[in-house]
Design a protein around this ligand. Structure first.
Ligand code: NDP
Length: 482
């Protein structure tokens, strides 16, 4: 059986006490690898290695060109190992292999290329003034970064953190989610192969509370914590980080809405809505899990949407034709199917859907649940979508914003004025009009309300992963102190 170890200070290591846990393939429901189970000791060792690499090593002192070259080399190696990286995520969490190969892995490599280039080309402020002084701003690497990631887009979300952190000269300790340790381990190995110095990218496996994850949030030698996961976990990490005043960047849960107006292009709306609700088996923070459809097209939309959902192929995620794999773990399967109970749906009618053999859930469409129903209020994180009719634009906006989350919103309309008006009314960090999940890495990404703190992407990542230093110099020698 494959053995997945920590990567600390450039070496593959086991935990000091030899503890391991099993890496379960959710399709076979069997272990296919053993994983080193780290705790506070391994997390602290990794932070020490990252600290040493930052304080004494070449990485933060390299030019952007030198660092960028090594980061580009890593991206090239990721492309060369597309198959291994994709299969790692597929076996860890049931992601369909076609999506892993064509979207997750290429996008992960792009994250490295983009942030290396962005850091190299970024301008910083120069403020000449007429009073004989000159002020300029430096962006110094922040130091050691704890990066704590979820299991739904393992490699892609890990690289979204690791790439800007490295590009700006930081060193990193990455803790992948316990369900998805494999691709992070491969990534650390490829980073070493690319020539990125030891200790710059460390990977520690383990659990969150009381384990490696928590240890990475309380260590005073950590300078930044970047976390993606549930809002409740974000609150716990926020409390831990406050003790050391460690800055945090949080990308948290979501309960995305999707508004389909009477004047929408229905072919377009149905196909994006299907992707938004059921892509990655709905295990997407941005998922369009609350559909609101205007009365004039409601029945036709639901009929077409339900037919398209029923046609999605469930199966072995290693089969290139599979669109929906199993849910990532048994625990998650139980959580998602719980939202299809009569109590959770408020006794609403459910089209299609339900549990299938294995840890599969068929695309499930809950028709017009009552406003208080948990399926409509809480993040389900599975292939379950609610559909609620609405009459007017004002009503649609109110319904869309009636959530503590604020990560994503979508709207479908052919009316230009409405598109801008409604997009600008969404309490949401990301709004897609007539499309979904199109990302420009220069743009800020994050959420309103319970969906997060801060933004990452482009210059926003620089804000988080660097310390700004303002330098003012007297350039007119005749100026003396008053
Ligand atoms: P969790 O919050 O359960 O876990 C995320 C990571 O945090 C895991 O690595 C976990 O470790 C670790 N962790 C848990 N508790 C602590 C702690 N006290 N201290 C430090 N680390 C801890 O989220 P999931 O993995 O279940 O991911 C799903 C969630 O992520 C959903 O809510 C989803 O919306 C959100 N998400 C948000 C995105 C966004 O961009 N806003 C994008 C993708 C997902 P372990 O699992 O090993 O215990």
């Amino acid at each position: 059986m494959k053995s997945i170890k920590h990567v600390i200070g450039g070496a593959e290591v086991d935990s000091a006490d030899g503890a391991t846990f099993e890496d379960i393939d959710p399709y076979t429901q069997e272990a296919y690898a053993t994983v080193a189970l780290g705790g506070a000791r391994e997390a602290d060792l990794a932070v020490t290695a990252a600290r040493k690499a930052f304080d004494e090593g070449p990485w933060p002192r390299m030019s952007f060109e030198e660092r960028g070259k090594l980061i580009h080399k890593l991206a090239d190696l990721m492309d060369q190992h597309n198959e291994d990286l994709a299969l790692a995520d597929t076996r860890d969490m049931g992601k369909p292999i076609t999506a892993a190969k064509t979207k997750d892995v290429p996008r992960s490599a792009l994250n490295f290329r983009f942030f290396a280039d962005h850091a190299r080309l970024a301008e910083s402020q120069h403020l000449p003034n007429s009073a004989g002084f000159h002020t300029y701003v430096q962006h110094a690497p922040a130091g050691v970064v704890s990066a704590i990631a979820p299991w739904n887009y393992p490699l892609m979300l890990e690289t979204w953190k690791v790439a800007p952190a490295l590009a700006w000269g930081n060193t990193v300790v990455l803790k992948p989610a316990e369900d998805t340790p494999h691709s992070a381990y491969l990534l650390a190995e490829l980073a070493l192969e690319a020539g990125i110095p030891e200790g710059v990218l460390n990977v520690v496996h383990g659990f969150g509370p009381g384990s490696a994850g928590e240890a990475l949030t309380v260590n005073p030698a950590v300078d930044r914590i970047t976390f993606t996961g549930e809002s409740g976990t974000g609150k716990a990490i926020g409390r831990a980080a406050a003790a050391n005043l460690t800055p945090v960047s949080f990308e948290l849960g979501g309960k995305g809405c999707n508004l389909v107006f009477d004047d929408a292009d229905l072919d377009n709306a149905v196909s994006w809505a299907i992707e938004a609700a059921f892509g990655n088996a709905g295990q997407v923070c941005l998922a369009g899990s609350r559909l609101y459809v205007q009365q004039g097209v409601h029945d036709e939309f639901v009929e077409r949407f339900a037919a398209a959902a029923a046609a999605l192929q469930l199966g072995d995620p290693k089969d290139p034709a599979t669109r929906i794999g199993p849910l990532a773990s048994q625990e998650h399967y139980r959580k998602v199917t719980g939202y299809l109970d009569a109590e959770a749906t408020g006794h609403a009618k459910v089209l299609g859907g339900g549990a299938a053999p294995g840890w599969f859930v068929r695309p499930s469409i809950v028709i017009d649940p009552p406003a208080h129903a948990p399926v409509l209020r809480e993040e389900v994180f599975g292939p379950v979508v609610t559909v609620t009719p609405f009459a007017t634009e004002d009503e649609a906006v109110k319904l869309a914003n009636d959530t503590p989350y604020g990560l994503s919103a979508m709207l479908f309309t052919e009316n230009l004025h409405r598109a801008h008006r409604v997009a600008g009314s969404m309490n949401s960090g990301n709004v897609w009009v007539n499309c979904f999940f199109v990302r420009d890495l220069r743009a800020p990404f994050g959420g309103f309300g319970d969906s997060g703190i801060g933004r990452e992407g482009g210059a926003f990542s620089r804000e988080f992963f660097t310390e700004a230093r303002t330098i003012t110099m007297r350039i007119a020698p005749e100026i003396a102190a008053a």
